[in-house]
Write a protein that binds this ligand. Structure first.
Ligand code: AMP
Length: 424
């Protein structure tokens, strides 16, 4: 295999090169340099790669190239299975951009849709869409009804496989694989290579080539800081940080639970900050419209649970605030990976109360560095310093004051899927 320095070294057809140009990609990222030749050569691949590394392009570009070179055949040619609807939509959007100059059609299928959404999806699946990007449950509902033609399927992609296993999708994935023709190319991406991922890979992939580019470390461009602060003072400290950085136009605040997300949102909105929240109680169209406002710079502050911490790509985020220390150390890397995308600079600030120290130590072990401790602004207090048990965090201090008020506590009925339409 000759050395890859630029996109032209892959030998993509002109329609793909044109799309790469129009997306403004100048050189392939490391995962793209290594994965694309393997995919083009027809091998199965298991790759350990974090979001933010360009891994989506690493599988989409060669996949679209191969499909656009194929003779016209009926049915679905590629199936990409992902853990969340946000990721499904985002991959579908990248797909539309990368396949823009080809005839390839695509559809995003995800849970939470109502009847008409299902019918629109059914129609598209029956009339033969080329690439399907789907969450496991909804996809299985369609497959079980028997109208999806998978006999000419060439690619099966599992993205964020570790996340899918965490979310309990293992049986669904095995069931989906049973619907697929035996002769196909399998690509699997995961942020970690835990034993259960290897076990799944053994089940799905055949003699895969293996790539490991992910060390679970945040990008070098992220300036990381922590404040040791009393839980009750976190909202005021957040406001202080927001006020101290007026030049930051895109800020994401992550909190561990939707209760805390709603609380922060209420407190910021009460003080007229341009802040909105997304979490699983919000319906899909509302989540999409808030994300779009944020992407377009109409909304300065987005408050979210981990619903968007993985895989969601928003450009130019200046600051990520971890209002809580995440339970899972890898989630820290995913959360702060929302900033400093594609070699930009960014800042990540984490608020640590007296009970969150140990959890943060685990994060520091994972990222193999100590994060700078910032002095608290005048008038703020730290602590309580004792009781450093991670479990104590579950007793949620914000619950009581929030429960008394009955704002924006909409029940989740699921959003109406847009059948693969672009959301922007
Ligand atoms: P991903 O890791 O797939 O989520 O991609 C992270 C971000 O990098 C997305 O905004 C991509 O559009 C962007 N990206 C992917 N490949 C390249 C590239 N070769 N050059 C510049 N940006 C890229």
């Amino acid at each position: 295999m000759h050395e890859i320095n630029s996109f032209s070294d892959f030998g993509f057809n002109e329609t793909i090169n044109e799309a790469i140009d129009s997306m403004g990609f100048k050189t392939p990222t490391p995962i793209q340099k290594q994965a694309i030749p393997i995919v083009l050569a027809g091998s199965d691949l298991i790759a350990c790669a974090q979001t933010g590394t360009g891994k989506t392009g690493a599988f989409l570009l060669p996949l679209i190239n191969q499909l656009s070179n194929q003779a016209e055949v009926a049915g679905v040619k590629a199936l990409i299975v992902v853990p969340t609807r946000e990721l499904a939509l985002q991959i579908d959007q990248q797909l539309e951009a990368m396949a823009y100059f080809t005839h390839i059609s695509s559809l995003a299928i995800y849970g939470g849709g109502d009847g008409s959404g299902f019918d629109v999806q059914k129609k598209a699946l029956t009339s033969g869409v080329d690439v399907v990007v789907a969450t496991p449950g909804k996809l299985l509902s369609h497959l079980n009804l028997g109208y999806v033609n998978l006999s000419n399927l060439s690619f099966f992609v599992l993205d964020e496989a570790d996340r899918m296993l965490d979310m309990g999708f293992i049986d669904d994935i095995i069931r989906i694989a049973k619907f697929l023709p035996a002769k196909r190319q399998n690509l699997m991406f995961s942020a970690t290579m835990a034993p259960n991922i290897r076990k799944l890979a053994k089940n799905i992939l055949v003699n895969p080539k293996e790539l490991s580019l992910a060390i679970a470390k945040p990008a070098a461009g992220i300036k990381q800081e922590v404040y040791h602060v009393h839980e009750d003072e976190k909202v005021n400290l957040l406001k202080h940080v927001l006020d101290a950085n007026p030049s930051y136009t895109r800020i994401v605040v992550f909190a561990s639970t939707k209760t805390v997300v709603k609380y922060i949102s209420f407190r910021l909105q009460a003080d007229r900050y341009a802040a909105k929240s997304i979490h699983s109680d919000k319906e899909q169209p509302e989540r999409e419209s808030i994300l779009l406002d944020f992407k377009q710079g109409k909304l300065r502050i987005l408050i979210a649970t981990d619903v968007i911490s993985r895989g969601i790509d928003i450009e130019n985020i200046n600051l990520v605030v971890n209002y809580n220390v995440p339970d899972d150390a890898a989630d820290y890397v995913h959360r702060i990976g929302r900033t400093a995308r594609a070699e930009n600079k960014g800042q990540a600030i984490t608020f640590i109360n007296g009970k969150e120290h140990r959890k943060f130590q685990r994060i520091e072990q994972l990222i193999e560095r100590q994060v700078e401790i910032m002095p608290l602004p005048e008038g703020f207090k730290t602590g309580p310093e004792k009781s450093d048990r991670a479990d104590d965090e579950k007793s949620n201090r914000h619950k009581k004051p929030f429960k008394k008020k009955n704002f924006s506590n909409k029940k989740h009925h699921g959003g109406k899927p847009s059948a693969g339409k672009k959301t922007q």
